[in-house]
Design a protein around this ligand. Structure first.
Ligand code: ARG
Length: 666
């Protein structure tokens, strides 16, 4: 593009010289007194308009160059093939049709090989835009014009036009092969980050003294994966567990605690089952007026911050948190900061004052409510008894995360049932000016419900809520069963078997959740998730282990492969080698897209595709040749082994983002 600007600039100065010369001629002639020349001659007028247009185009191009450089840091489109192509096509379009300032340019991988490696299908829409500007051309001509203006580059081998104007792009092998080498020599790198951001993720968020249910499990799994994705690309991530640790239910819990364990201040109460304890206190609360009265008084004492009562509250919270932590440990969720609703008590006072001072609150039957532009239901900020609500706490949460945490991207991983709540909160905060969507990205990452195999709400046979600990235990039991059915217990050591059992059990539960579009409901079925065929964790984990074992079976040391990666180029001549290499090179763009929409299932789909593409490659491209009689290794194709290693590296990185732990042997 720089070259283009240079050419245009020199053309513009040529024109300017011509203009100056013409003007000089006119002046001389006018001095000679000829009336006719007082009007600007058409020749000069034409030249002047052209010159103006050219200058405008130069300005526009320069501005675009500046924008791109500030966005991507110059030459840092790096490993993202799709972005590189998009850039090339954007430049071509800009040169071909400078009058179109906001024409769409999008490039995507082709679904079918006969349509090239990538395609660009914007010619139709561009033709429509040109027609609207009064210069109708056919989409095919648009496509031709774009192709004619593609700048020289090291990415595209050839392009062709199909049908009414689809552009099929074929990549250069010399562009893709080094990208695969890079995976081996530098590791699997994320796409370049445009700007590092402070990301705050609200995830898991169960309620104290209540069972952590399957919805919280979804939030934990999805939130964890999003946070791993964010960390991988280089953002600064804060994971917050927005525990339900405040509210009137604590009045009855603490009253019951004080009755049952009067000595609780000195001796930690041996409560094993907090849910049972909760139920007991609820029975008393519902059936005993006197207890109820004391429970209400207890709420007031708790809110007043009476030390002995706070201590009781802490005890109850600690028991719950210990239970939750067992789940987090098993699911390998780290650095999740417990910061429940109680944390916002003081801050809610401040928030209410701010809203009141700003004149945002209206009185409605004793309540203080706030209308927001994008929601029909108002937020309830203060109840008629003066207490606060879930709305108040989330107003305070958002304020705290933007203004204290300096969050630039807030993510709330909460079931879709709470969608209207979050819409209203976000809209309310925008109304008050607490954040500017231009600088702070805030979104509710919703998800659907988990169903049982009967397609009804997920429950145990007896109709109770499924306890997560029991669910994880069953996962362990069933994964061990599956491994034994395959006779793995006979070949693996006890330690390896245990590692495989855990990898499969937790992996399959996480993967089953992540591989569905999160906004959909999904059916929880151990049978399905433990299947070793299809898009399952088990299938992928096996595929990975097999790929890892190829080099081991060939008796090639990983050090030897590392050395080879530095000197040898990656083989891409065989169609299946080429297909695999292109597939692996797509990893950064899959990551980029997932960062945009936070739909993690794209990563699962991609890994499944990698695994299938690898199988196609491995079936026809021999990596090791063995003597048919003796079974001894006769030759090893090191280049192909490098492709195997790169495949394994990509899969391992994908697993890491999904929270799956592959094992070397299973
Ligand atoms: N504890 C809530 C529940 O169980 C989820 C909290 C989600 N986070 C939030 N900031 N509202 O439904």
């Amino acid at each position: 593009m720089d070259n283009l600007v240079k050419k245009m600039t020199s053309r513009a100065s040529e024109q300017e010289a011509q203009i100056a010369e013409l003007k000089q001629q006119i002046r001389e002639l006018q001095n000679g007194g000829t009336e006719e020349w007082e009007k600007v001659p058409p020749e000069l007028e034409k030249l002047q308009t052209e010159n103006q247009k050219l200058k405008y185009r130069i300005l526009h191009l320069k501005r675009s160059i500046d924008e791109e450089e500030s966005q991507s840091g110059g030459d840092t489109l790096g490993n993202n093939v799709c972005d590189r192509l998009t850039e090339i096509f954007r430049t071509a379009l800009r040169v071909a049709y400078p009058s179109l300032t906001n024409a769409p340019v999008s490039v995507q991988p082709s679904q079918q090989e006969r349509f090239g490696d990538y395609q660009c299908n914007n010619a139709m829409i561009i033709a429509q835009q040109l027609k609207a500007q009064g210069s109708p051309v056919s989409p095919r001509v648009v496509a031709q014009q774009i192709l004619a203006n593609i700048p020289p580059n090291d990415v595209i081998e050839k392009v062709d036009i199909a049908g009414p104007g689809f552009i099929n792009i074929h990549l250069k092998k010399s562009y893709i092969a080094p990208l695969i080498t890079g995976i081996l020599t530098q590791g699997v790198l994320p796409p370049p980050l445009k700007k590092k951001k402070r990301v705050v993720i609200d995830m898991s968020s169960p309620n104290i003294a209540k069972e952590m249910h399957i919805g919280h499990l979804r939030s934990t799994i999805i939130g964890e994966s999003i946070s791993r994705l964010m960390e991988f690309v280089g953002h600064d991530v804060l994971k917050v567990n927005h525990l339900g640790d405040w509210g009137t239910q604590f009045g009855m819990l603490i009253t019951h605690l004080a009755d049952q364990f009067p000595n609780y201040l000195n001796e930690s109460p041996p409560i094993q089952d907090l849910q049972k304890f909760y139920k007991e206190s609820k029975v008393r609360f519902d059936g005993d007026e006197e207890f109820k009265k004391r429970a209400y008084q207890m709420v007031v004492r708790l809110q007043g911050g009476e030390p002995a009562i706070i201590k009781a509250w802490e005890l109850i919270c600690d028991i719950s948190k210990r239970e939750f932590n067992k789940i987090y440990e098993r699911l390998d969720v780290k650095n999740l900061i417990p910061r429940g609703e109680s944390f916002y008590q003081e801050r809610m006072n401040v928030v209410v004052k701010k809203l009141e001072a700003g004149g945002y609150l209206e009185l409605d039957e004793g309540r203080k409510i706030m209308f927001t532009p994008d929601s029909t239901v108002p937020l309830t900020i203060v109840k008629s008894d003066g207490g606060y609500t879930y709305d108040t706490s989330d107003m305070a949460t958002l304020y705290q995360r933007v203004h204290e945490e300096k969050g630039e991207w807030l993510i709330y991983v909460v079931d879709m049932g709470q969608g209207t709540h979050f819409d209203a909160i976000f809209s309310g905060c925008r109304k008050v000016g607490w954040y500017d969507p231009k600088n702070v990205r805030i979104e509710h990452v919703g998800f659907g419900v988990v169903l049982g195999e009967d397609k009804k709400k997920f429950k145990t046979r007896s109709g109770d809520v499924v306890k997560l600990v029991e669910l994880l235990d069953e996962g362990l039991r069933r994964s061990l069963e599956t491994l034994k059915e395959k006779g793995r217990d006979e070949v693996l050591t006890a330690e390896e078997l245990k590692a495989a059992q855990e990898s499969v059990a937790y992996g399959c539960i996480k993967y089953a959740d992540l591989c569905h579009r999160r906004t959909n409901d999904y059916i929880f079925s151990f049978d399905k998730m433990l299947d070793d065929k299809g898009n399952t964790a088990v299938y992928l984990l096996y595929a990975y282990t097999r790929i890892r074992s190829i080099a081991r079976n060939a008796k090639v040391l990983s050090k030897t492969l590392q050395e080879a990666a530095k000197t040898m180029s990656i083989p891409v001549d065989h169609p299946k080698e080429w297909k695999l290499a292109k597939c692996l090179a797509r990893f950064p763009e899959v990551i980029s897209r997932t960062l945009d929409d936070l739909f993690i299932h794209s990563i699962c789909d991609y890994l499944y595709e990698v695994s299938n593409t690898f199988t196609e490659f491995y079936e026809v491209c021999y990596c090791i040749t063995k003597n048919k009689q003796t079974g001894e290794i006769e030759s090893v194709d090191t280049g192909r082994l490098l492709l195997c290693e790169a495949t394994a590296a990509i899969m391992a990185k994908g697993f890491d983002i999904l929270g799956l732990h592959p094992v070397e042997k299973m």
